[in-house]
Design a protein around this ligand. Structure first.
Ligand code: F6P
Length: 323
């Protein structure tokens, strides 16, 4: 393999830059030419490429987001868009592609690999819902940002005898909410996989108040049906029954934009290096991920279109420890 391209696609994730840096420098080490694609699959369709040197990827390992840019590209979902993208690759003599992204992005990788392009995916999404990797690039940072917010809210909650409802990201997956809730000692965690109703949240907060707690934290994942707004309006009607006043904080994209933690930088670095190894070995059509403490390769066809379940037993653990 002589010339490869690398792109970041879908929602950006802290640690993507570390992965691009690792892909670029590992490929240069193999004597390959490296092209960065701007704005994910959109750049492939539009032919927006830029050759990368070792210096071009300097000073980015500590920066959140992705310096290549990212996008959600409707055009690439159509066959005509993918054919355009293929023409751009062929015109430049690019014979390998690394795609750093989550579920939607890796569905694109799989479709492209079925057209004969040697593609290797790297598991990267803050949602951690991708099958084929125990953990994905970006989720550790997202958990830590959520946790920092919880810690701050607990401090002010204690001063005012308040309960705080913190909504974090994760699309339809409750992983960030469970992990940040456990680490932050939350009284209640509500996730799409195991929703807690507003009435149950109120009952659990009331019980916490009766046990003498001076604050309470409720973490909810963005994908729940009983949204922060709905829960708040329930509380406004029933406030006296819980003992606490309730305030809400919706974290939104704040969760996604932080500088990557050491874990995400190292994960991005190891998966980036592993992806180039896979290309060099001719082992393509695979997702490079992290399972049981090693870099792994799993066929894309076995992971795309599915989601990894969260361990809902952890919710019992959180409930027991919230005494
Ligand atoms: O997939 C990552 C993610 O941040 C989800 O947690 C969230 O639901 C979604 O992307 C938000 O997408 P956008 O940035 O397009 O609003």
């Amino acid at each position: 393999m002589k010339s490869i391209a690398v792109l970041t696609s879908g929602g950006d994730a802290p640690g993507m830059n570390a992965a691009v840096r690792a892909v670029t420098r590992s490929a240069l080490d193999h004597g390959m030419t490296v092209h960065g694609v701007r704005q994910g699959w959109q750049g492939m369709v539009d032919g927006s490429f830029r050759q990368l040197s070792a210096r071009d990827v300097g000073g980015i390992i500590q920066v959140g987001g992705t310096f290549l840019g990212s996008a959600r590209c409707a055009e690439f979902r159509e066959e005509s868009g993918r054919s355009k993208a293929l023409r751009h690759l062929n015109q430049r003599g690019i014979d390998g592609l690394v795609v750093i992204g989550g579920n939607g992005s890796q569905t694109g990788s799989f479709k492209f690999s079925e057209m004969g392009v040697p593609v290797v995916g790297i598991a990267s999404t803050i949602d951690n819902d991708l099958l084929g990797s125990d953990i994905t690039i970006g989720v550790d940072t997202a958990i830590n940002v959520t946790l920092e917010a919880i810690d701050h809210l607990r401090t002010t909650g204690s001063s005012h005898n308040r309960a705080f409802l913190v909504e974090t990201m994760g699309r339809d997956c409750g992983y960030i909410a469970i992990m940040a809730g456990l680490a932050g000692g939350a009284e209640v965690i509500s996730i799409p996989e195991a929703e807690v109703s507003a009435a149950d949240i109120a009952a659990r907060l009331h019980a916490a108040y009766e046990r003498g707690k001076t604050h309470a934290i409720v973490v909810i994942a963005e994908g729940v049906k009983e949204s922060a707004r709905k829960i708040l309006s329930y509380f406004e009607a029933e406030a006296r029954k819980t003992g606490f006043e309730l305030r809400t904080t919706v974290l939104g994209h704040v969760v996604r934009g932080a500088p990557p933690t050491a874990f995400d930088r190292i994960l991005g670095t190891r998966l980036g290096y592993g992806a180039v190894q896979a290309l060099a070995d001719g082992d393509t059509g695979v997702l490079v991920g992290w399972q049981k403490n090693v870099v792994t390769r799993v066929p894309l066809r076995d992971v795309v279109g599915q989601t990894k379940p969260v361990d809902t037993a952890l919710l019992d653990l959180a409930r027991v420890l919230a005494k």
